[in-house]
Design a protein around this ligand. Structure first.
Ligand code: 4NP
Length: 169
């Protein structure tokens, strides 16, 4: 049953490749938006990576520094996404289409596959966007992390709006 109809929090999992840059950024930004709106009881968050290279690591210091510049704290220890996540979460939000493909392969059934979305689909200006991937900043410089933060913030604002309106999931 949909979370809102069942009177329980909506559970959202953000997923990127390493779970050290983009998905912890999305989790931190979303957490701060939820706090701003006083919706802590209505939404639960976590993040994960499709890959295992960085399991056990804290968020990348460059991502943490960019987020801190906007008053957002990143937290959590990297973990790999698993099939059980499709049971535990209502919505699985991929940062790019490669993550999305990997998640669709991991999903155990059709119902699970329906939970997989791209973050930028929620961006209120997504109709005008030609690119729906959150770019991977790992091999880039500080400006890439700033760009990720902008893109992620726009996606999270739209996602929060969808949840608040009861349209999701
Ligand atoms: P993320 O960034 O997927 O946003 O956490 C990356 C982190 C690590 C690697 C690639 C992307 N890596 O190749 O190790």
């Amino acid at each position: 049953m949909a979370a809102a109809a069942a009177g329980r929090p909506v559970r959202v999992l953000f997923v990127c490749l390493g779970n050290i840059c983009r998905s912890p950024t999305a989790e931190g930004v979303m957490r701060s938006l939820i706090a701003r709106e006083g919706m802590e009881a209505e939404i639960q968050l976590d993040s994960a990576g499709t890959g295992s290279w960085h399991v056990g690591s804290a968020p990348d210091p460059r991502a943490a520094s960019a987020a801190r510049g906007r008053g957002v704290a990143l937290s959590g220890i990297a973990r790999q996404a698993r099939a059980e996540d499709f049971e535990a979460f209502d919505l699985i939000v991929a940062m790019d289409r490669s993550n999305q493909r990997d998640l669709l392969e991991l999903a155990p059934d059709a119902e699970a596959r329906e939970k997989v979305r791209l973050l930028r689909e929620f961006d209120l200006s997504s109709g005008e966007l030609s690119e729906l991937d959150v770019p991977d900043p790992y091999y880039g410089g500080g400006e890439h992390f700033e760009e990720v933060l902008e893109i992620v913030a726009a996606g999270c604002e739209g996602l929060l709006e969808e949840i608040r309106a009861g349209r999701l999931p």
